[in-house]
Design a protein around this ligand. Structure first.
Ligand SMILES: Cc1cc2nc3c(=O)[nH]c(=O)nc-3n(C[C@H](O)[C@H](O)[C@H](O)COP(=O)(O)OP(=O)(O)OC[C@H]3O[C@@H](n4cnc5c(N)ncnc54)[C@H](O)[C@@H]3O)c2cc1C
Length: 464
């Protein structure tokens, strides 16, 4: 019997697990191993469990437009529940919370209009420019999907989203409401992300009228736990890879910490771009120069177990505008879309702190972060108990994937043109697609399919 080709997946996070799961469909023909640096699988989609609460340690939302997520959910047997966002959110600005609903009753629509009127963005010029912007995004609705950036690469100019906003008189929108949304979707500020990335995420999460949530009842982290279980027999945790070895333009294997060598016919590197650059030092310069453009912002997710809900009017989330004078970015109660993520009658608050605000908290101890977060949340939500059921701090040094304008296009070209020059090497991760869970998982599935095709059919790469 001939030996099965060996594939090493480096990183058992979102894209790595999607890649491994896809490869394992051919496990009678392929020898697959996932090497994960951390003690837990899941990366930025990891689930945790404390006192019967299922915690999303980072990502919390899937949308109906996430085709790859829906396909994987069906395969692993995790039902996704469609949730309309009728409950609405709250925006804190100028000293108080203002409600915002997506559609809803006449009363709710009027409340939303009143909230919008209280923001500066609704000067006559602001309204006009904003409506033109939304209309433009709407006209590209077939192109801007969470599956691939291929059809909207023309929007990826050299501009940052902040520059794009200035050039298109969208500053009023970006100064307040838009800034909040971008902060929450990217863990970054508008000058840190490309115009194309900002437009795509605003469309996918906010403006697309059919951006309905579709989430497992126990949350996104639970989905990652089940996906990781499906790959667990082929996964080695606490095994950081120090180097992916290339020789004469082809992959030879990987060296893990401690020096253990794993021979491989193919390697899928499913880490962040910064880690990929570090552990593949021999990459051709036309690949490494593209990877070096990708960077990450930090974020903290502090999860708090509560008895009763403390958000105003049962809202699912509240964001804080600049005028709020706080370093909190957003708080959310995932009960609306993941009702079984917490014991009956209980609630859970996810507190999100991003970018430079997170930078300041990262060096502090967990207990100091807990103390500061509880005090800050109490300033806005006085019902926050001083001693909640539990507080758990999740630190993400590389949370939001950011790159300058033009990088999406460069990555797409690199994947098609330069990467196939290194035989047996595949790259996956949110930076290879659209920086959200679905983009990461799609990149993992694509890498696995290309790799399988290369190893089993010897057809060469079938890069789309
Ligand atoms: C706080 C937060 C909230 C978010 N909310 C949402 C959301 O609601 N919806 C959404 O769609 N997206 C959300 N995102 C974005 C989404 O989580 C990411 O885009 C996606 O999970 C990234 O997947 P990835 O595979 O690129 O990286 P990761 O999931 O981070 O996987 C990388 C893996 O590589 C491992 N690794 C690193 N170095 C090595 C090494 N040397 N050897 C071996 N393994 C290594 C890491 O430990 C990790 O497990 C959120 C992100 C954050 C941080």
């Amino acid at each position: 019997m001939s030996k099965k080709p060996k594939v090493v997946v480096v990183g058992g996070g979102t894209s790595g697990l999607a890649a491994a799961y896809t490869l394992l469909k051919q496990k009678d023909k392929l020898d697959v191993i996932v090497l994960e640096a951390a003690a837990h699988p899941g990366g930025r989609m990891r689930g945790d469990e404390i006192n019967g609460y299922y915690i999303d340690t980072a990502a919390t939302m899937f949308l109906e437009s996430y085709d790859t997520v829906r396909g994987l959910a069906e395969d692993i047997g995790v039902p996704l529940k469609r949730v309309s966002r009728t409950k609405g959110g709250q925006v804190h600005s100028h000293g108080k919370f203002h409600p915002i609903f997506r559609g809803g009753s006449l009363k709710e629509r009027l409340l939303t209009a009143r909230t919008l009127l209280s923001f500066q963005m609704l000067s006559p010029k602001g309204i006009w420019q904003f409506l033109r912007f939304v209309k433009m995004l709407k006209s590209r609705r077939e192109d801007i999907t969470p599956e691939s950036p291929a059809r909207f690469l023309d929007l990826d100019t050299n501009q940052s989203f902040a520059d794009f906003a200035k050039a298109n008189s969208l500053e009023e929108f970006v100064d307040d409401l838009g800034q909040n949304d971008i902060n929450c979707f990217t863990a970054a500020n508008t000058d840190q992300i490309s115009a194309a990335c900002g437009m795509a995420l605003l469309w996918i999460f906010s403006f697309n009228p059919s951006s309905t949530l579709i989430v497992p009842e126990k949350g996104v982290g639970y989905f990652a736990t089940v996906l990781a279980q499906a790959c667990s027999e082929h996964t080695r945790l606490s095994t950081p890879v120090e180097r992916i070895v290339l020789e004469e333009g082809a992959v030879k294997g990987v060296i893990a910490k401690g020096g253990e060598f794993f021979e491989a016919d193919a390697v899928i590197c499913a880490t962040t771009a910064t880690v990929a650059s570090r552990i593949i030092p021999d990459l051709p310069s036309n690949i490494s120069s593209v990877l070096s453009r990708v960077n990450y912002t930090p974020a903290l997710n502090i999860v708090i177990g509560l008895g009763p809900d403390i958000l105003p009017d049962g809202a699912f989330a509240a964001t804080f505008s600049r005028s709020s004078g706080t370093w909190l970015s957003a708080v959310s109660n995932i009960k609306m879309w993941a009702p079984k993520a917490m014991p009956d009658g209980k609630h859970m608050l996810h507190v999100f702190v991003i970018a430079d605000r997170a930078e300041e908290l990262l060096p502090l101890s967990d207990s100091e972060i807990e103390k500061r977060v509880i005090a800050e949340v109490r300033r806005f939500l006085p019902a926050m108990p001083e001693q909640p059921e539990f507080v758990s701090v999740y630190r993400w040094k590389e949370a939001g994937c950011i790159y300058p304008g033009g990088t999406m296009k460069a990555i797409h070209q690199m994947r098609r043109q330069s990467l196939p020059s290194v035989k047996g090497l595949y790259l996956a991760g949110d930076y290879m697609n659209i920086p959200i869970t679905n983009g990461a998982m799609r990149s993992g599935v694509d890498a696995a399919e290309d790799c399988t095709s290369f190893l089993l059919h010897k057809r060469g790469d079938t890069i789309r």
